[in-house]
Design a protein around this ligand. Structure first.
Ligand code: MN
Length: 277
């Protein structure tokens, strides 16, 4: 995966080979024995007999990024389980470690690799991890929307991280809401961390965001395992029909009033589960 700055560099290098971009593409370069297409989704496709040669030259880690902090959240799209938010600080050594572990967006890494990488990251990198159980989440959600909750948690993660280490100039949040809304959501907080850079798909470009994503995912996986053990049943990820089935099973075993212990009640799944009880 090429970061936006790497893609820009790639485009500038071969700008003279630029041809008309196909649908859903930002640009297309017809080089010798290789066609490179950059899609608006952020994907870059190298095609042709020399595809690997061209790709290898531009897949090197982005060395323009130095000490920075980054944060990401996990669990907001899952009906069951907590919301986990993590903020990570990475200096050059930390960045090198993250590259060595080949860690970026947790959505693209297998769970078993997350289980291997996360403990190493947690031991080596200053970080702050927040885990919000469903009971607490549902309570807060009655008063605020999901983006407001995310904003409060990211801010809190940085407030906690700041107590461990002086925050660097560059602090990045994988963007989920416009900057203005972010600061509006946290405006009544006692401590507010400012000067944050917001960027979508930040986990690919900023190693600390990628590491935060992996640590948060790890915490989520572990919490879900503990829930399985505690309630003697399996809680699936996501918000699909399988999730409804598990919700029904839970409600039949423990009573529908206790669904809020394990699930985010504002999801449509709650209605579907209640209808079928
Ligand atoms: Mn994210």
């Amino acid at each position: 995966m090429l970061s936006p700055s790497q893609a820009d560099q790639l485009y500038r290098t071969f700008a003279t080979c630029s041809v008309k971009a196909p649908q859903y593409a930002e640009w297309c370069l017809k080089c010798e024995n290789c066609t490179i297409t950059r899609y608006t989704s952020g994907k870059t496709l190298f095609q042709g007999s020399d595809a690997e040669v061209y790709a290898a030259a531009f897949m090197e880690p982005d060395t323009s990024i130095h000490a920075h902090a980054g944060s990401d959240e996990v669990g907001t799209g899952d009906y069951f389980g907590p919301v986990c938010v993590c903020a990570v600080f990475a200096d050059d050594a930390g960045i090198a470690l993250i590259h060595k572990l080949a860690v970026h967006d947790s959505k693209q890494i297998k769970d078993e690799d997350i289980r291997k990488a996360a403990p190493v990251l947690m031991e080596q990198l200053p970080h702050s991890l927040l885990i919000v159980p469903c009971a607490k989440y549902n309570q807060v959600h009655e008063r605020s929307n999901l983006n407001a909750i995310k904003a409060l948690l990211h801010n809190q993660a940085y407030v906690n991280l700041r107590k461990k280490i002086a925050l660097p100039k560059l602090i990045v949040i994988d963007q989920f809401t416009p900057e203005k809304s972010y600061y509006r959501y946290i405006s009544s907080e006692k401590e507010i961390v400012r000067g944050i850079h917001f960027e979508t798909k930040a986990e690919d470009k900023y190693p600390a965001v990628g590491a935060a994503s992996v640590i948060a995912r790890y915490a989520f996986l572990k919490y879900m395992e503990e829930m399985d053990t505690r309630y003697g049943m399996h809680f699936p990820f996501g918000a699909s029909g399988t999730v409804d089935q598990a919700g029904i099973a839970f409600a039949e075993k423990y009573g529908k009033d206790r669904l809020g212990e394990v699930a985010k009640l504002h999801f449509k799944n709650t209605e579907k589960i209640m209808e079928r009880l």
